[in-house]
Design a protein around this ligand. Structure first.
Ligand SMILES: N[C@@H](CCC(=O)N[C@@H](CS)C(=O)NCC(=O)O)C(=O)O
Length: 220
C-alpha cells in the first residue's frame, strides 16, 4: 500500500492527500515533520510530502507525486485526455505555485513570530503575487472549475495553495482572493466535498502539534 509521509498542516501534503482520496487509492499516513537525516532517505531535499509507492520507491515533490498517481491510477482522471488541455491545467498549477504560493510562503515566518514584515519583502511579495493574480484572472475559467466544467488537478492544487496565500490577509493586509474573479465562489464549491472536509478536519486536528514543533524549532 502507498504511504504518504508528512503532516496534515502542510498545504503540499494536502494536495497529494486530496488526490489519493479523490482517486480512492488505499494509502496510510506516516506523520513526519522533516528536518532529520532519516527523512532525507524518503525525500532527498527534505521537503514534505513524500510518498512510498506500492513497489517501495520513495518519491517527493507534490506535482511529481500527483503525476505519478495520475499515470499509475488512471481511473477518475484529473487531467484532460487532450495534450493541449492537459498543458493548460499544468500551466495553472505552475502559475499558482510560482506566483502565488512561493512568494506568500515567505510571509510564514512573520505569521509565527508576529513580527512586522520588512517593507522591502512586502514590496517583493506584492510584485510577484500581482503577476500571479493577473495570470489567474486571465487563464482561470471558474466555470465552475478552474479549467472548465470538470474538476482537474489544478483545482486541487490551487485549493491548498490558497491556504498559504490567505496568510497575506493578516500579515500584509491584502485579501488576494478578492482580486481573483470567481475565486471565492469556487472556494466555496471546492470546500463542499467530503474529501475537502476530511482534509480540513485533519489539518485542524494537527494544528496544535504542528505549532508546538514550529515553536520548538524557533527556540521556544
Ligand atoms: N516543491 C515542494 C515544496 C514542498 C514544501 O515546501 N513543503 C514544506 C511543508 S508545507 C516543507 O517541506 N518545509 C520544510 C522545509 O522547507 O525544509 C513540493 O511541491 O512538494
Amino acid at each position: 500500500m502507498i504511504t504518504l509521509h508528512g503532516f496534515s498542516s502542510s498545504n503540499y501534503y494536502n494536495i497529494v492527500k486530496h488526490v489519493l482520496l479523490y482517486k480512492d487509492i488505499p494509502f496510510v499516513e506516516d506523520t513526519q515533520y522533516g528536518g532529520t537525516d532519516e527523512y532525507l532517505a524518503l525525500s532527498p531535499a527534505g521537503k514534505i510530502p513524500s510518498l512510498t509507492t506500492e513497489g517501495g520507491i520513495n518519491l517527493s515533490e507534490s506535482s511529481v507525486c500527483c503525476d505519478f498517481l495520475e499515470e499509475t491510477y488512471p481511473e477518475k482522471p484529473l487531467y484532460p485526455a487532450d495534450s493541449t488541455a492537459r498543458a493548460q491545467v499544468r500551466q495553472i498549477m505552475r502559475i499558482s505555485e510560482l506566483y502565488l504560493e512561493l512568494p506568500c510562503r515567505r510571509l510564514i515566518p512573520f505569521v509565527f513570530s508576529k513580527k512586522a514584515v520588512p517593507p522591502a519583502l512586502e514590496k517583493e511579495v506584492r510584485s510577484v503575487v500581482s503577476r500571479g493574480v493577473g495570470a489567474l484572472n486571465r487563464v482561470g475559467k471558474f466555470d465552475p472549475y478552474l479549467a472548465g466544467d470538470k474538476l482537474t488537478m489544478a483545482d486541487i492544487y490551487l485549493r491548498y495553495v490558497m491556504s498559504v496565500v490567505s496568510l497575506a490577509k493578516g500579515c500584509i493586509d491584502w485579501d488576494i482572493a478578492a482580486e481573483i474573479q470567481g475565486l471565492k465562489e469556487w472556494q466555496t464549491l471546492m470546500a463542499d466535498s467530503d474529501i475537502s472536509k476530511k482534509v480540513d478536519a485533519d489539518r485542524e486536528a494537527n494544528r496544535d502539534e504542528f505549532f508546538a514543533i514550529i515553536r520548538a524549532r524557533m527556540g521556544g
